[in-house]
Design a protein around this ligand. Structure first.
Ligand code: PLP
Length: 391
């Protein structure tokens, strides 16, 4: 057995999260390293969704809104996500997409900072955040400035209303320092919105201890909520009473069934809702979140760091023509991005040979390491196959 194979066997044998893999519907013929785009299906979810469709919708029909717990599913599922992102209970709601929640958070932040007109946007952001910020700016008479996260502190001014930042860079996998950046934004008198799409479920996140104003993020990646699963929106407790969100609809009204012509926002986190919740997707996510029961997030992080480090070691030995662009150690999320020539074709060959990651132009191969179901042996085998292709 090679040194790397021995290391993989030892690490898998010592992995305290190893038994979680069985909760997922994974086939041994495929090494799935794309959970940072679409998390794998937990095995128990289809039966739970079948119940939503056949019994709750099919038999109970409209009674499910009240008797089946449909109406408050956005808040109830938010309550399950809160500990994964360090949010206060009662301050997370689930619904709409991350794009919509970015809009909701940015406009809300602008309304909390009257007289300030600049939105700072992470220059390395996933594009949707930048597009939405630009549209929010046009609507609110504000301007947008793209700034690299490393330069945010120097770019803040008395005119900055809000900084919109990504916790983990979707291309490089770099993890940004939430505490330092949030403090800098607050010192400038501005609000911060963090997009946690690539950190929620990938590592312990603590928006509470960092005093984060707003956080949003996807649930179909490391939270395995399924394709198009609704996003979360979280707010700092002392800001909730002042929240004046731009998409208040009947479901965020204090008394939705009064059908009042005048809008009065609900008191609690329900005021961040808009319209009828996407029940089938919400309850799919609700079921998927069961895989987190009893997971120690420190163990999750330790495994994620060990997995990504091991993968980089394997690539350095077995596929030296590819070079990691992901920072080492604590400065990374749970993905490794490799730069190589002809990356698009290389990824197509990897997928054809059962190693599923993805390609980001121009030259990146992205591999997500979901700690709940990825084995060290998978990391080694992926690097071996990559080495064969590159050779
Ligand atoms: C950081 C980040 N934000 C937002 C999104 C997109 O969110 P949605 O399509 O749910 O609006 C993605 C999708 O990959 C993402 O990586």
């Amino acid at each position: 057995m090679s040194d790397l194979a021995e290391r993989a066997a030892r690490l898998d044998a010592d992995d305290p999260l190893a038994d979680r893999r069985d909760l997922f519907d994974l086939d041994d013929g495929v090494i799935y390293l794309d959970g940072n785009s679409l998390g794998a299906l937990p095995r128990h979810v289809p039966a739970r969704v079948a119940d939503v469709l056949t019994r709750q919708w099919g038999r109970m029909r409209i009674r499910s809104w009240t008797e089946g717990g449909w109406w408050d599913a956005p808040e109830r599922i938010g309550e399950r996500i809160a500990p994964l992102i360090g949010a206060a209970p009662g301050h997370v709601v689930v619904g709409d997409s991350t794009s919509v929640n970015v809009f909701r958070a940015v406009i809300s932040a602008l309304r909390m900072t009257p007289g300030r007109t600049e939105i700072l946007v992470d220059a390395t952001t996933f594009p949707t955040d930048g597009y939405i910020a630009a549209s929010a700016a046009r609507l609110a008479g504000a301007t947008v400035r793209a700034v690299h996260p490393a330069e945010v502190s120097g770019a803040l001014s008395g005119d900055t209303a809000v900084a919109l930042l990504n916790h983990v860079d979707y291309r490089s996998g770099r993890l940004h320092d939430m505490g330092t950046l949030t403090d800098a934004v607050h010192e400038a008198g501005a609000r911060v919105v963090w997009d946690l799409s690539h950190s929620a479920g990938a590592l312990p996140v603590d928006i509470g201890s960092h005093n984060v104003d707003f956080a949003v993020g996807c649930t179909y990646k490391y939270l395995n909520g399924g394709p198009g699963a609704p996003a979360f929106f979280a707010i700092r407790p002392d800001l909730l009473p002042r929240l004046d969100q731009p998409l208040g609809g009947w479901c965020s009204h204090r008394d939705p069934f009064a059908m009042d012509t005048e809008y009065v926002a609900a008191d609690g986190i329900a005021k961040a809702r808009a319209g009828t919740p996407e029940i089938v997707s919400l309850l799919t996510l609700d079921a998927a979140l069961d895989v987190w029961d009893g997971v120690d997030l420190r163990q999750l992080r330790a495994k994620s760091l060990a997995l990504t480090e091991f993968f980089v070691d394997c690539v350095n030995q077995l596929a030296p023509a590819a070079r990691s662009v992901t920072p080492a150690g604590e400065d990374r999320g749970s993905q490794v991005s490799l730069s190589c020539v002809d990356a698009e074709r290389v990824m197509a060959e990897l997928v054809a040979r059962g190693v599923v990651g993805d390609h980001r132009p121009p030259d990146l191969l992205r591999f997500g390491f979901t700690p709940l179901y990825t084995r060290f042996a998978d990391a080694l085998r992926a690097a071996e196959i990559l080495g064969e292709i590159l050779a």
